[in-house]
Design a protein around this ligand. Structure first.
Ligand code: NAD
Length: 497
């Protein structure tokens, strides 16, 4: 069986160096496809040392040259994204078209980072004081760590590393041990694009690898994406060690449907956003908040569409693939049991499903619950599976109170034809990313991605201007070129005249 090893200083480590391994499966067949080495602290430290050694030369590489390498990476990625999508489908399970979409959204951040010459420009003030000039610059941090979740093995790392590298940092990435191969593929692509060895390193592993990165004095920053408890832990431990940390956590995304909405559009959106990637998206809609007067009609339209979804192996043209692991499939099925036991109305039960696949894959069909109340675990918990819960409300105010009371605040959407209601929603809702008649409002690369409340620890979102800010430190230089007439002793605080 193939062993997936770490990529340090431009080459793979030897499998013999590792003693702990994780299992990588193809979720569509249930078969184990490879094993992934789980790095001990010493291996993580080797990767950090390689990144630290590469940093001085990389930060001094001209912006023109750095940009050329980014463009080369973008061209290679664009030409060969099908290979990466196939890797994602094999290890994650999402259908091929969705995997391609993930790569394309990641590529947009690479394209954004190609504009780094403009993004890094500072300000300049001539004669801030008499014959004194002031300018500002932004400099890279050093070794930056990226720790990513299983659900977007290519896109989430690409939220961070293009900007980090373009700004002159070096990177150690610790991808999810459930689907580790995408990161190695991207490491090889960077080498082909001309990135010097040591600038981009990959270590595979679990808690031990993460803790080593969090504690390492040579790691300047941590960009984490994953579940809320781990995000909080990473934020606390990383900042206690003096690092800059952005830690994006879990989600429970609500979609509010007002009575004046186009219900066909809203039903399409609920199905796409609820069951796409089998609900394993941090921006998936998991709660549809329906105003009572249209709830029956909306639920009927969602159910009618959901019944047409084809579940199966993502390489066979299915709409929805399997869940990532057997354990996760069973956990999600447990939530369906709990929803039924709690008295929610089961409209569609995904526990019985006949997928188009060979073997014993980790499948669940799309599940739809109506009359869900906020005390039920299918509402309170992030299920991260193809389970859509419809909560009925009397009107707009009750819906907004419900959404704002939720501890998560990643994404939300409103469906309405009333511009005033949409504008009020945009203003009042306590959520970081808002869609108006758009169900999965993932910001473009030149805006920043991130939630509020328990969906993000730290104050900086990913990519866009905030990403550039995160991966650089500001410096302000005040200069006066010698003029003897300004000599003399003056112990007073400098003032400007
Ligand atoms: P996870 O929290 O289990 O794992 C994320 C990363 O943390 C992985 O690299 C994993 O190896 C590591 N990790 C796991 N347990 C750890 C521990 N005890 N100590 C240190 N590190 C640990 O998340 P996941 O299951 O891979 O991904 C799904 C979660 O990610 C969902 O909650 C989803 O909402 C969230 N997510 C959020 C966003 C966002 O933008 N907010 C985006 C994608 C995914």
């Amino acid at each position: 069986m193939q062993t997936i090893t770490h990529w340090i200083n431009g080459k793979y480590t030897r499998p013999g160096n590792d003693s702990r391994f994780g299992e990588v499966t193809n979720p569509a067949t249930g078969k184990t496809t490879s094993r992934v080495a789980l790095a001990p602290a010493a291996t993580v430290n080797d990767a950090v040392a390689a990144a630290a050694a590469a940093f001085p030369a990389w930060r001094d590489t001209s912006i023109a040259r750095r940009t050329q390498i980014l463009f080369a990476f973008r061209e290679l990625l664009n030409a060969r994204k099908g290979e990466l999508a196939a890797i994602i489908t094999e290890e994650h399970g999402k259908v091929l078209a969705d995997a391609l979409g993930e790569v394309s959204r990641g590529q947009e951040v690479v394209e954004f980072a190609c504009g780094i010459p403009h993004l890094l420009k500072g300000g300049y003030t001539e004669n801030a004081s008499t014959k004194v000039d002031v300018h500002s610059l932004r400099q890279p941090l050093g070794v930056t760590a990226v720790i990513s979740p299983f659900n977007f093995p290519a896109m989430v790392p690409m939220w961070f590393f293009p900007v980090a590298i373009a700004a002159g940092n070096t990177v150690v990435i610790k991808p999810s041990e459930k689907d580790p191969s995408a990161a190695n593929w991207m490491a090889e692509l960077w080498q082909e694009a001309g990135l010097p060895d040591g600038v981009f390193n990959v270590v595979h592993g679990d808690k031990e690898a993460v803790d080593t990165l969090l504690d390492s004095p040579d790691v300047a920053s941590v960009s984490f994406v994953g579940s809320t408890p781990i995000a909080k832990y990473v934020y606390q431990r990383g900042t206690a060690a003096g690092k800059r940390v952005q830690a994006l956590g879990g989600a429970k995304n609500h979609m509010l449907v007002l009575p004046d909405a186009d219900l066909d559009l809203a039903a399409d959106a609920a199905v796409n956003a609820g069951y796409g990637a089998a609900g394993e998206r941090c921006m998936a809609i998991s709660a549809v908040v329906a105003v009572e007067s249209i709830a029956d009609e909306l639920v009927a339209k969602i159910a009618e569409r959901t019944r047409t979804l084809r579940v199966g192996d993502g390489t066979r043209g299915a709409d929805m693939g399997p869940l990532v692991t057997r354990a996760h499939r069973d956990k999600v099925a447990g939530y369906i049991d709990a929803g039924e036991a709690a008295g929610a109305t089961m409209v569609l039960d995904g526990r019985q499903v006949s997928p188009d696949a060979e073997g014993d894959g980790f499948f669940l069909g799309p599940t739809l619950f109506d009359h869900v109340t906020p005390d039920m675990s299918i509402y309170t918990d992030e299920i991260f599976g193809p389970v859509l819960a419809v909560v009925r409300v009397a009107g707009y105010d009750e819906a907004v109170s419900l959404i704002n009371a939720n501890p998560y605040g990643n994404g939300t959407a409103i469906f309405t034809n009333d511009g005033g209601a949409a504008r009020r929603f945009e203003n009042e809702i306590q959520v970081g990313m808002v869609g108006i008649n758009v169900p999965i409002p993932v910001p473009m690369a030149y805006y920043s991605f991130g939630g509020w409340k328990n969906s993000l620890f730290g104050d900086t979102h990913a990519h866009g201007a905030e990403g550039v800010h995160f991966f650089t430190r500001g410096k302000v230089v005040t200069s006066r070129w010698l003029d003897p007439s300004h000599g003399g002793i003056n112990l007073g605080f400098p003032t400007n005249a």
